[in-house]
Design a protein around this ligand. Structure first.
Ligand SMILES: Nc1nc2c(ncn2[C@@H]2O[C@H](COP(=O)(O)OP(=O)(O)OP(=O)(O)O)[C@@H](O)[C@H]2O)c(=O)[nH]1
Length: 319
């Protein structure tokens, strides 16, 4: 029986995973995907940032895919397998904090999953601007590179040639086998990413002999997330001033911020994106007529000053 190929998209917070996922979902390739999105924040934002498609998107919030929600992943996969034939392949976008090992392990140690699905490749998106910093302070960033079959060295617009060459050297020292592609906005021929048949258990066992042993010790206790919602419209100028100031002063600790915001007198949703001190945002699409216009904002990082962030966010309300 043919097993359904599964591609795991990983990469640290803000590297460009959703950007890649959206490319895959919008390009004409004649394939149907089932998509599983996992995010770390309490409120689902990622799910709404995934382009609208005919594909089915399963959200896994409230935890990291590699830890507490792994049981959910197995349940989702088992459920999907019962509907085989409705899609050709599965894409899993992990949180930026995920250690890919236990996610990959799912495809080898859970019998039901193993019988029906096969891990095609781990695709890791790397943020050229921030990866060196991450390799210095995050074990997960390193694991994401070590486990990769395909690496997109993304955000090449934010690094120069010398940076890119140095980073490629760092990547090679962690993973000799992966294909590395330089990308901007994850622009790549998708044939280089999908249907690779690249995952190689022997290679993994070579550098992680305990890979198939069940039992996963992992915590993100120094990193937390806080999210805010507000039904009152926000003032765009106040928000921009506040968020710029927050990221300029606390951006070293705030690894990721993102939101879907309702600004006063605007019919479109504003999507805000921050990675450390870099931020951008734009109006995306109209609020649906019967959808409540609720602003949602999430911060993920270390030492988050929750009361100050909350007070600052509330002060952005428009009157
Ligand atoms: N300058 C620049 N920005 C990029 C590039 N690729 C993606 N971005 C931006 O980086 C931000 C984060 O991109 P996402 O695709 O949401 O990243 P992610 O890895 O899914 O983020 P999390 O799911 O929160 O971990 C967005 O504002 C993107 O528009 C790139 O090549 N260059």
């Amino acid at each position: 029986m043919d097993r359904v190929p599964v591609t795991v998209l990983t990469g640290y917070l803000g590297a460009g995973k959703t950007t890649l996922l959206n490319r895959i979902l919008t390009e004409e390739h004649g394939k149907r995907y089932a998509v599983v999105v996992n995010e770390f924040g309490e409120i689902g934002i990622d799910n709404d940032l995934v382009v609208e498609t005919d594909e089915e998107v399963f959200e896994m919030n409230n935890g990291c895919i590699c830890c507490t929600v792994r049981g959910d992943l197995i349940r989702i996969l088992s459920g999907l397998m019962r509907r085989k034939g409705k899609f050709d392949a599965i894409l899993i976008e992990t949180t930026g904090l995920a250690d890919p090992a236990p996610v990959a392990q799912t495809f080898f140690v859970d019998e039901d999953v193993q019988a029906k699905a096969k891990l095609d490749a781990v695709v890791t998106v790397v943020d050229a601007r921030h990866i060196e910093q991450r390799l210095a302070d995050s074990k997960e960033a390193r694991e994401q590179i070590a486990f990769a079959d395909v690496i997109l060295l993304n955000k090449t617009d934010l690094a120069d040639e010398a940076d890119l060459a140095r980073i490629e050297g760092r990547i090679r020292s962690i993973n000799k086998a992966a294909e590395i592609h330089r990308t901007e906005q994850c622009g790549i021929d998708l044939a280089k990413v999908l249907d690779r048949g690249a995952f190689d258990l022997d290679r993994i066992l070579e550098f992680e002999p305990s890979f198939l042993e069940v039992g996963h010790e992992h915590n993100h206790e120094d990193i937390s997330s806080i999210s805010f919602t507000d039904v009152e419209p926000l003032d765009e100028q106040l928000f921009n001033r506040w968020i710029s100031q927050v990221l300029q002063t606390k951006g070293a600790d705030i690894l990721r911020s993102k939101g879907i915001l309702s600004f006063k007198d605007q019919d479109d949703q504003f999507v805000f994106q921050g990675v450390h001190m870099l931020m951008d945002g734009d109006y995306r699409k109209p609020w649906a007529p019967d959808d409540p216009r609720i602003s949602r904002l999430v911060f993920i990082g270390r030492n988050l000053d929750v009361p100050a962030l909350q007070a600052g966010f509330e002060a952005c309300r428009a009157f």
